[in-house]
Design a protein around this ligand. Structure first.
Ligand code: GDP
Ligand code: MG
Length: 212
């Protein structure tokens, strides 16, 4: 299945779906508190402050569906959002790699999230958010290893692309792809987005719809 290029009709269908009903379902702090894995789901992971909440809000055309927080590290819950009244879940995973206690928080991420990755039979893909200005870092690589060992497919989404020069984008994409070459569960296509400017959002919506 080609899930990297879309027709105008597919882009429009995805836009419509995301313009429809979206609802916050719950924030879960343990596996037992999560809703049953009874429909396709797509998850988002990334360093704290990478722009995850902003991206989820941009996808869903909502200002405050996922709270954009100024206190990194506060959210250690897995947040579930229902799309199109039961069609699929969008899942916001806790951010990792806070500057004050990187190691400890990566461990915390790993426990809750490894359990999550193992228990969700309908998890279709994890989108790994990477800040376009920072590129793939050591903490990201640790998380990618977790995803590889859980055999969960993931795809890199570069965020905040409005913050870098357009002329620097092609090289950034190539460098990012090179970093993914040896990761068995990594999708080879890298998406470039800006929640602020809307770049890449229609394509990310279409990608999600193609999986759900
Ligand atoms: N310039 C720019 N800033 C962004 C973008 N997305 C998020 N930000 C900013 O980055 C910071 C962290 O965003 P947030 O969505 O809360 O990140 P999270 O911690 O990963 O959920 C906030 O100050 C956002 O306004 C973007 O596409 N462009
Ligand atoms: Mg957030």
């Amino acid at each position: 299945m080609d899930d990297t290029t879309f027709t105008p009709e597919q882009i429009e269908a995805a836009r419509k779906l995301f313009a429809g009903p979206v609802a916050f379902v719950m924030g879960a702090v343990s596996i037992s508190a999560m809703p049953p894995s009874d429909r396709p789901e797509i998850a988002f992971a990334g360093r704290s402050n990478v722009g995850k909440s902003s991206l989820i809000n941009a996808l869903c055309n909502r200002k405050n569906l996922a709270r954009a927080s100024n206190t990194p590290g506060r959210t250690q819950e897995i947040n579930f959002f229902d799309l199109a009244e039961g069609r699929f879940y969008l899942v916001d995973l806790p951010g990792y790699g806070f500057a004050d206690a990187p190691k400890k928080n990566v461990d915390t991420w790993s426990r809750l999230n490894l359990n999550y990755l193992r228990s969700r039979s309908k998890l279709r893909r994890v989108f790994m958010l990477i800040d376009a200005r920072r590129g793939v870092g050591d903490v990201d690589r640790t998380v990618m290893k977790d995803l590889d060992s859980a055999a969960v497919q993931y795809q890199v989404v570069l965020t905040k692309s409005d913050k870098i020069k357009k002329s620097d984008l092609p090289e950034l994409v190539e460098v990012t792809k090179a970093a993914l070459m040896k990761q068995p569960a990594a999708h080879p296509h890298v998406l470039v987005t800006s929640s602020e400017k809307g770049f890449g959002i229609p394509e990310l919506r279409a990608t999600i719809v193609s999986l759900a």
